[in-house]
Design a protein around this ligand. Structure first.
Ligand code: ADP
Length: 426
């Protein structure tokens, strides 16, 4: 028990005993008790009123008293001091946070659960032309009137970042839930970055395109020279021919990549019969392989919405790689399968395999595990980069599993059609 309270109880009991003794001596026990209690209550009421007065203006000096009230004033005062310090600290943190977010080059907008704007920083003011007086309380989808953004905010699946054009700027927008049903929208102006990307892509596409014609001419002449050359210069001419062919292949792949990367290139959405497509790829693979491997085809009926030309190119790249990186007499399996996760198209081989540290980087342009071997086999180092771009355009992903010395699996995972999901469920 608190020492102040203990002292108060002892005083109260002592006073009670004193009153009882005095009452027994004088014969006025009840009157003395009532008078004592009235005095005690009056003293408490007086102190209570002093406390209420002080609480209404706590900056004033602390009232003085005795006994339990002195202790009470002391405790309340300390509590008040602690709270003042904590409030001051919190205010400093909040000010610092506000200043930092105001200085951020990224637009930040706090939204409530009804998507109404609660707060925004200077960058948001600049990027979205926001004004505190008129826009706080407005719904964000009344401000950013783009179907892609409306879907994004309505579906509330904020795992993804979306890119959209607003006021002639290219923006990358992300929403992060925080606190209780609150959301922080952040937008980064990526206009410059996109312009640089476009310039780089256009440069590569134009340079590759421009180099195609002279290369075709050179390769034509070299071929003609090869046919007529005597044995002395035949070997160097043959080497020149091989290198020109290689350069032509690289140019072709660079042009394909640039086209796939172009945001202007729309993806044609046809219904693609994967079983039929993979059968064609299998036939071509058997032809170019000249019986060096055992090529197995295993398919299930499946179709997806997509671009058959791009899909054929991607799957062909996987098969070509399997042929390149599987020693003679190895086995290559080309498959199409369907399960609850979606449609899978892939190539499995029992070739040289890949060390785990390379797997995450295989889809980078010109990334090769063994550049010498790749060149020797006619690889351009761009095959898997093309596969990745094609899959991105189909909202699909590439799964790679490989064990060095045992083989590799390259699998393209596509989502099931809504219609097919229903058919499966039925
Ligand atoms: P490349 O034209 O060199 O084959 P890719 O982009 O198609 O370029 O592949 C990148 C690298 O990935 C290859 O150089 C090779 O090292 C590795 N790779 C691809 N497919 C296979 C495979 N089936 N088995 C082993 N390694 C592979």
């Amino acid at each position: 028990m608190n020492s102040g309270l203990r002292r108060e109880i002892i005083n109260l009991v002592a006073s009670g005993i004193f009153i009882l003794i005095l009452g027994a001596l004088t014969g006025y026990t009840l009157e003395l008790l009532i008078a004592g209690l009235t005095g005690y209550i009056a003293w408490h009421l007086y102190n209570l009123s002093k406390l209420i007065r002080w609480l209404s203006k706590p900056t004033k000096a602390l009232p003085e008293s005795i006994g339990i009230w002195d202790e009470l004033y002391y405790q309340i005062y300390h509590l008040y001091q602690r709270q003042r310090k904590a409030r001051k600290k919190l205010k400093t943190i909040a000010d610092r946070f506000r200043n930092t977010t105001q200085a951020l080059p990224i637009a930040a907008i706090a939204l409530n659960k009804s998507n109404e704007i609660e707060w925004f920083n200077q960058a948001a003011e600049r990027i979205f032309n926001l004004q505190h007086a008129t826009d706080v309380g407005n719904r964000i989808n009344n401000l950013i009137r783009k179907p892609a953004f409306t879907n994004y905010i309505m579906e509330k699946d904020f795992q993804e970042i979306i890119e959209l054009e607003f006021n002639h700027r290219q923006l990358s927008i992300c929403i992060t839930p925080y606190g209780h049903d609150q959301f922080l929208l952040t937008a980064t102006d990526i206009t410059q970055q996109r312009q640089l990307d476009d310039m780089r892509r256009d440069f590569v596409a134009n340079a590759s395109h421009e180099l195609r014609t002279p290369l075709t001419v050179i390769s034509g002449f070299v071929e003609a020279l090869c046919d007529q050359a005597d044995s002395k210069i035949k070997t160097p001419l043959e080497k020149i021919r091989q290198q020109t062919v290689r350069m032509q292949q690289i140019m072709e792949d660079l042009v394909i990549l640039a086209r796939l990367e172009s945001r202007l290139a729309p993806l044609l959405h046809d219904r693609v019969d994967l079983e039929e497509l993979v059968q064609q790829i299998y036939n071509d693979a058997v032809m170019i392989d000249h019986d060096r491997h055992e090529i197995i085809l295993s398919t299930q009926p499946a179709s997806i919405m997509g671009n058959s030309v791009e899909l054929q190119m991607a799957i062909t790249n996987l098969v070509t790689n399997a042929i390149r990186y599987t020693p003679e007499n190895g086995t290559i399996t080309l498959f199409v399968s369907v399960d609850n996760d979606g449609v899978h198209v892939g190539v499995e081989d029992n070739g040289i395999g890949i060390m785990p540290e390379h797997i995450g980087r295989l889809t980078e342009r010109f990334y090769r595990v063994d550049p010498g071997r790749s060149r020797e086999q006619g690889g351009t180092g761009l095959g898997l980069a093309i596969v990745k771009h094609v899959l991105d355009r189909h909202d699909a992903s590439l799964h790679v599993h490989s064990v060095p010395g045992e083989g590799s699996l390259f699998r393209c995972d596509f989502e099931l059609f809504e219609q097919e999901k229903e058919e499966k469920a039925a």
